[in-house]
Design a protein around this ligand. Structure first.
Ligand code: ADP
Ligand code: 5GP
Length: 201
């Protein structure tokens, strides 16, 4: 059995990156999918760590070459998940953590029906706006756009497998960890291990 895909989606500012970073430290054999994007780095973001930052024309060439498992335009920028990188990590037995928007979540589920979709919600829209403001990365006009988009995105949580409310950060990280661990304990995912460790004839 190969690795499993966990998809994280949430309105921008909910805390996806914060929670994903904690999970990468606490959960073994979990690889973070580093997306490609045509947007510029923000704050302390680093190329090859947070994203692979490419030009819009390079991104379009990659689309032509079918290099993406999925891609979408979000807030006017292009974002995509490299197929080659995902295949390599899954074949190596790693589970993958992907941070994609709701269009990406839908496309991943279509191609990998066994993927696990997790939606993060802020405790309220007011808190979300506070977090975007406190993060101090986006100017007020961008925050306004993100808030307008948030209400639409939240409707898509109806077709996600799990919902985690990021109010208390430690609790949200714990719940995400529990989802990953529970999925790993499914009988179907333990069958290979059982057949190599126990003779059942
Ligand atoms: P996203 O990746 O979803 O856009 P971030 O992880 O960048 O969101 O988080 C947005 C801001 O909210 C950051 O300043 C982060 O430190 C803060 N934050 C994240 N989770 C919580 C939480 N549970 N309580 C308070 N602040 C939080
Ligand atoms: P940000 O610019 O705040 O990092 O991300 C903006 C949005 O793009 C977020 O909703 C994030 O989940 C989404 N995103 C990041 N990478 C990908 C990707 O590879 N594919 C898709 N579909 N969305 C992505």
């Amino acid at each position: 059995m190969t690795g499993q895909i966990f998809v994280f989606s949430a309105p921008s500012g909910t805390g996806k990156s914060t929670i994903a970073e904690a999970l990468m430290e606490r959960v073994e054999a979990l690889a973070y999918s580093i997306s490609h994007t045509s947007r510029r780095p923000r704050g302390s973001e680093q190329d090859g760590v947070d994203y692979h930052f490419v030009t819009r024309s390079t991104f379009k060439e990659m689309i032509e070459q079918n290099a993406f498992l999925e891609w979408a335009e979000v807030y006017g920028h292009l974002y995509g998940t490299s197929l080659a990188a995902i295949n390599a990590q899954i074949s190596a037995g790693f589970d993958i953590l992907m941070d994609v928007d709701v269009q990406g979540g839908r496309n991943v589920k279509k191609q990998f029906p066994e993927s696990v979709l997790i939606f993060l919600l802020p405790p309220s829209l007011e808190t979300l706006e506070d977090r975007l403001t406190t993060r101090g990365i986006d100017d007020p006009s961008v925050i306004k756009k993100r808030m307008a988009q948030a209400s639409k995105e939240i409707k898509s949580c109806s077709w996600y497998d799990y919902i985690i409310i990021n109010d208390d950060l430690e609790k949200a990280i714990y719940e995400a960890q529990c989802v990953i661990m529970s999925e790993r304990c499914r009988r179907v995912r333990r069958m290979d291990w059982i057949s190599t460790h126990f003779k059942t004839s």
